[in-house]
Ligand binder design. Structure first.
Ligand SMILES: [Zn+2]
Length: 531
């Protein structure tokens, strides 16, 4: 009578409870039995002796909106056991699109060759995703930056009353189309042009439909504490649960400050504001070398930038501003330095994996001049990672009970149109790195607690009440993995590496990863919030 039975596994049920031995029986897309099923048979039987069996992992922070339209298989995520992607994060969803934003939205899609912009509403975008098919479940957020751009373009000013009304209406329409909440990314234009009042107004609309407010806060280095406080205040005013994304303290001068930022979270919770966070388990962020430079260098595009970089006077000015900062601009170099800035992708492959300082030494040149020369030589396209997050902060944040796992990555693949450049290894490694490096090797948290942070906790946060636990009646998103060998293999210079130790993954009861290989199954559900 069962379509699937997984026998003899150590069940880690997602609730944080110690593992227990049980068979799990599935009928169709739903778990029907947990217990002793020795005399029962099924269409598919898996012997999970010696293995862990947990709910599928839920990635609360992804940017898979575009990638899943290109390749619905979601290889880099599903092969880690991630069965659900929350999309539309950091203020940037691919819908809605209005007459005002269509050109810009089409431009953004340009990096995804062959994906034609044929939708306007979030509902239409979700329909398209559903028609194409996906291997992971999808949970949409609507982005505040997208909404603002759709109404005000790139205008750096407060909205007129009529514009605010229009934005409210767009949020309401997206919530009716199935958005689970509002995201914002308050360091990215045009969303960053919004003040706290405007964001709180829009979050209140999402909250009126039972939605959450998911925030990439207004700063993660010098302005960290103010930015955390702002996100919490928006949630308090809006009456929305708050999810703070990729929680960290950036820059060496900020190391240790997670004590204070986590205290803000605790105090807010004690005061009745429902705030939780997510985290990726890496000590580096990814960007381009251009992000180290003040805005004036970029005016007019790459060619203009290259010309300026030839001028010694401009270099002197840059050097000073990079060291001292500018009013309203925190220099990325601060607390990072050239010896912690590593080139990941370069037409000259010999430079890959070297820091700017190492390249300077090779060339017998000064660090700053080397950075300027690299930008000049490669016309501003110099992808780097920068080691900016302290290991103690990573572990302190990970141990906090209100912090879950989220990758801040896209579901991509090691081959095909999405295998480009050197993406941050978190795309291929976040969840398995927590299970391997932090649980097994460093013993930062227990296996059961790690699984809770990947399953029932994000499920509860996004109100996915039929996922994230192994219980009869829950959707059959399941992972069979080996706790002794599970590990990440993706690195900063070699990021397109699938993990070890993930044996089987089922999405809505359908076998998707079998013996670590993707079967091509597209059983993911495009989920729509219903208030
Ligand atoms: Zn973000």
């Amino acid at each position: 009578m069962y379509t699937l039975i997984i026998r003899h596994g150590k069940v880690i049920d997602g609730g944080g409870n110690p593992w227990f031995r049980a068979d799990v029986g599935v009928v169709g897309d739903t778990i029907r039995a947990v217990g002793r099923l020795a005399s029962e048979s099924a269409d598919v039987t898996i012997d999970a002796e010696g293995m862990a069996l947990s709910p599928g992992f839920i990635d609360i922070h992804t940017h898979s909106d575009g990638p899943l339209l290109v390749q619905g298989e979601g290889h880099s995520h599903i092969r880690q056991g991630v069965t659900t992607n929350v999309i539309g994060n950091c203020g940037g969803s691919l819908a809605p699109v209005t007459a005002k934003s269509r050109e810009y939205a089409a431009g953004r899609l340009g990096e995804f060759e062959g994906v034609e912009l044929d939708w306007s509403t979030l509902g239409e975008y979700l329909d398209r995703l559903e028609r194409q098919g996906v291997s992971v479940n999808v949970v949409p957020l609507v982005g505040q930056g997208t909404i603002r751009g759709s109404v005000m373009g790139f205008a750096d000013r407060p909205p007129a009353d009529s514009e605010l009304d229009e934005m409210r209406n767009l949020v309401a329409a997206a919530m009716q189309d199935g958005a689970y909440g509002l995201s914002s990314g308050l360091i990215y234009v045009p969303g960053s042009y919004a003040g706290i009042d405007e964001v709180a107004e829009l979050a209140a609309v999402a909250a009126s439909y039972g939605g959450s407010y998911n925030s990439h806060i207004r700063g993660e280095n010098d302005t960290l504490l103010d930015a955390v406080a702002e996100a919490i205040e928006i949630g308090r005013r809006a009456g929305a649960p708050v999810q703070i994304a990729h929680f960290k303290a950036m820059g060496r001068h900020m190391w240790g400050r997670s004590v204070d930022s986590l205290r803000l979270v605790d105090e807010s919770r004690a005061a009745g504001v429902d705030v939780t966070c997510d985290q990726y388990p890496y000590n580096a962020s990814a960007t381009g070398l251009g992000a180290y430079m003040p805005a004036w260098l970029h005016v007019g595009g790459p060619d203009a930038m290259v010309e300026r970089l030839k001028d010694p006077a401009a270099r002197a000015k840059l050097r000073k501003e990079i060291l001292d900062g500018l009013p309203g601009w925190v220099s990325l170099h601060k607390g990072v330095g050239w010896d912690n800035t590593m080139v990941t992708n370069c037409p000259n492959h010999e430079l890959e994996g070297l820091t700017v300082s190492q390249i300077a030494t090779q060339r017998g040149a000064d660090d700053f001049d080397t950075a300027f020369d690299l930008l000049l030589e490669y016309k501003g396209r110099v992808p780097v990672v920068y080691f900016t997050i302290g290991d103690e902060d990573i572990e302190r944040i990970m141990r906090h009970p209100a912090v879950m796992v989220g990758s801040d990555s896209s579901a991509i693949a090691a081959e095909g149109p999405l295998a480009r450049g050197k993406p941050h290894p978190r795309s291929f490694g976040t969840f398995v790195r927590v299970l391997g490096h932090y649980v097994r090797e460093k013993k930062t948290i227990t296996l059961e607690e790690a699984v809770r942070k990947m399953t029932s906790f994000p499920a509860e946060r996004m109100r996915l009440y039929d996922r994230g636990l192994i219980r009869p009646g829950m959707k059959a998103d399941l992972v069979v993995f080996d706790p002794e060998t599970v590990s990440d293999n993706a690195t900063y210079t070699d990021p397109f590496q699938y993990p070890s130790g993930i044996a089987h993954v089922f999405v809505n009861g359908k076998h998707t990863i079998k013996d670590s290989q993707h079967l091509g199954t597209k059983a993911g559900a495009v989920l729509r919030w219903q208030a």
